[in-house]
Ligand binder design. Sequence first.
Ligand code: PLP
Length: 401
Amino acid sequence: MQLDVAAIRAGYPALADGYAYLDGAAGTQVPAAVIDAISSAQSTGLGNAGGAFPASHRADEITAGCRSAIAALTGGEPEGVVLGPSMTALTYRFAAALAAAWRRGDEIVVSRLDHDANVRPWVQAAERAGAVVRWAEVDTDTGELPASQYAGLISDRTRLVAVTAASNVIGTRPDVPAVTALAHAAGALSYVDGVHATPHVPTDVRALGSDFYATSAYKWSGPHVAAVVAQPSLLRQLRPDKLVPSSDDVPDRFELGTLPFASLAGVTAAVEHLAGLTGEGSGGLRERVLTSMTAVQQYEQQLFAVLVAGLESMPKVRLYGRASSRTATAYFTVDGLTPRAVAEHLASRKVNVWHGDNYAWEVTGALGIRDSGSAVRAGLVHYNDASEVARLLAAVAELAS
Ligand SMILES: Cc1ncc(COP(=O)(O)O)c(C=O)c1O
């Protein structure tokens, strides 16, 4: 199944500005279909939720559609999709709800590979509860997060294991099913950060064994909305702080205040956009999105092989991470230059990349690069093409030769 990348690119108005957008890991551009869905939701009368009139019904329908779309993207159930403003905000919310049951001497396991949003909310909640924090370490040579270490980290005192499905800097995709199986065998829950993984690979929350799976739509062509996907039965067991008159249903009880309905319409359009990327695949939204994301993964990996080979051929470039399974995310430094200086040079060549720790606080510390500005991140998504990779390599070669 092939991607027609030229046709896909034509659907993204922002890509016409001549820049190579290799900053997708920090947020993708959005296609016209998403912009139109947001705009049309707002230009048709839109009321608040739960009312007796059509404009309110539209808000309810948009919300239900968004939950169904995210369930289709992740393999979850619509009633288990909790919506919120960002993964960080939702994770703090779940940390507070889960930690209410933690007692002194309980344990949690976090990893050095994770974005800080799947570390600090748990560490801070554990500190408040008097729970012990155990750390899964990264092999700094390979960038792997070996699943084997979890057997020694998880015990019958473990309440929660937080782990990422992919590193947002070095791309490593740990063996999440192995980690979550160990967590479950010990009676612990798993919270999987899917923010970086979701745009790059087909997602199946059941196969991952995630009790909670977090994702952010702005990383996969949608607006700034995030979701946590969990089993509705699990959500029913939790009692987050909430206002007295607000709904006590699941998943609504986890959502604070009024949802951004127009943006939710954009999220649904983004999932439909992903599902249509190959222009092929039959069946429902879930089947089509799996077909598309399989093609996306294959396409990105082919392009990434060219990017990695090009960077590796430059003696002054140092590339971090070489995990056996990783997303198309390159993290590198150029001898004698700060990551910021490299990013500024690339910007002058119309290539957008990120520099710095990108909130991958622990892993940049473990790699020993955080104090010197960390590294430059060039990430590929489905709308990037070979000419953009070539432009990046030519621009880095100007510095590294
Ligand atoms: C892997 C990963 N986790 C979590 C986050 C935080 O997501 P949000 O911006 O939705 O809070 C990011 C954002 O860059 C990320 O890349």
